[in-house]
Design a protein around this ligand. Structure first.
Ligand code: FAD
Ligand code: PHB
Length: 393
């Protein structure tokens, strides 16, 4: 049996950042992670960090590699009717975002925790929570084929959408959900990005996104069926379809290269209310999912744990549980605004099979409005660079 103040399930961005923020406040935690260190440090996921989240990482002393290697982006391109329209974040908000791979952030956070003597138990699968309403909740987990127990004061459920923490309190939760009738086929390619800025393309064939990981590596996505068969997509077919969807009046050629990774992501909006019960607090994808069109999932996770770390600090240092009591309400306020933004970007940019010709024209008019009205462009920009974190930044 092991004992800690905060038992954290999941070594994704939420669990690792929480463990680090608690360490800075002198609070002890243990992180349980089902996968290996190698696996989580190479899992390709998000790529965009909000300004406020980048500031949070810098203030927490884990922004060094990010500051050295991230690509600052001061705007994005919306491409429709085969024409480019730029949203200038810097001019509209004075802020920018950073393109930095989630797996590198995970690597940085793991390095910081281990250097500080922190405990992350890899290949340790949480199987069951016990006594969540009691003073000493327990996490049962399996490590090296053996059943073990972690006794905590508080449990943080940072185990993603498919984890075990949210189901453990399912009867106390109300779930809000929306599935989209499409997914994203994403690739990573050894090819210099054909645009210095992200391109969000609304094309009659469907949405496509040009993003990047470095000046030599492109990250590209195309809208597909939610149950699309990846085997039906040869590299040639992927490139041909991407070239079509990114076509532009006057010409545009994507740089092609070796595809090093391929995958399909379903698109979903999901919120669990509340995000806490008893001594269990949910954070990140365990509590909510956004479709990736707004580039928000990782950023929401970081916002949650910033609030949670402050609440736990007040509890452990001053025996003041008021901030923790408000944890869910505080996070949900920001979560719903981010849900709205992600849903709106998704609705504006994708091809919906059920749309009439009228609805398609309204969608194009929305894009024309957003890219011609300073008020509308500012609304997109302030959401994209990140709404203020609750209580600071
Ligand atoms: P996760 O990263 O899912 O971490 C949860 C961890 O818990 C995992 O390591 C898992 O192995 C572990 N775990 C699960 N169950 C157990 C268990 N029983 N015991 C122990 N450990 C367990 N977001 C953005 O902000 N910007 C983007 O550009 C963006 N693009 C994306 C592109 C793709 C293709 C995908 C898939 C996601 C994208 N996202 C993006 C979303 C973002 O990746 C997630 O929101 C983010 O990973 C959430 O972090 P998390 O720590 O809450 O969950
Ligand atoms: C990515 O680079 O993976 C990425 C960028 C922007 C998004 C989604 C994903 O909106």
């Amino acid at each position: 049996m092991m004992r800690t103040q905060v038992g954290i399930v999941g070594a994704g961005p939420a669990g690792l950042l929480l463990s680090h923020l608690l360490h800075l406040r002198g609070i002890d935690s243990v992180v349980l992670e089902a996968r290996s260190r190698e696996y989580v440090e190479h899992r390709i996921r998000a790529g965009v960090l909000e300004y406020v989240v980048a500031q949070l990482l810098i203030e927490a002393g884990v922004g060094g590699p990010m500051q050295a290697d991230a690509l600052p982006h001061e705007g994005i391109i919306l491409r429709f009717n085969e024409t480019d329209h730029r949203i200038d974040f810097h001019a509209l908000t004075g802020r920018h975002v950073l393109v930095y791979s989630q797996h590198l952030l995970v690597r940085d956070l793991i390095a910081a925790r281990l250097a500080a003597g922190g405990t992350i138990l890899f290949e340790s699968v949480a199987t069951r929570l016990e006594g969540v309403e009691e003073a000493r909740p327990r996490i049962h987990y399996t490590q090296d084929g053996e059943e073990r127990e972690l006794v905590c004061d508080v449990i943080a459920g940072c185990d993603g959408f498919h984890g075990i923490c949210r189901p453990a309190i399912a009867q106390h939760l109300r779930l809000f959900e929306r599935d989209y009738p499409f997914g994203w086929l994403g690739i990573l390619a050894d090819a210099p990005p054909a645009s210095a800025e992200l391109v969000y393309a609304n094309h009659a064939h469907g949405f496509a996104l040009l993003s990047m990981r470095s000046p030599m590596v492109s990250r590209l996505y195309l809208q597909c069926a939610p149950d699309e068969d990846l085997n039906a997509w040869s590299d040639d077919r992927i490139w041909a379809e991407l070239q079509t969807r990114f076509s532009r009046v006057g010409g545009f050629a994507l740089t092609e290269g070796r595809i090093t990774q391929k995958g399909i992501t379903p698109m979903r909006s999901f919120v669990s209310e509340p995000m806490q019960h008893g001594r269990l607090y949910l954070a990140g994808d365990a509590a909510h999912i956004v479709p990736p069109t707004g580039a928000k999932g990782l950023n929401l996770a970081a916002g949650d744990v910033a609030v949670l770390a402050r609440g736990l600090d007040a509890l452990f240092k001053r025996n003041d549980g008021s901030a923790l009591k408000a944890y869910s309400a505080t996070c949900l306020d920001r979560t719903w605004k981010v849900q709205r933004f992600s849903w709106w970007m998704t609705s504006m940019l994708h091809r919906f099979a059920g749309h009439s010709a009228f609805e398609r024209q309204v969608q194009l008019a929305e894009l024309a409005y957003v890219t011609s009205s300073k008020a509308a462009a500012t609304s997109l920009a302030e959401n994209y660079v990140g709404l203020p974190l609750p209580g600071g930044a």
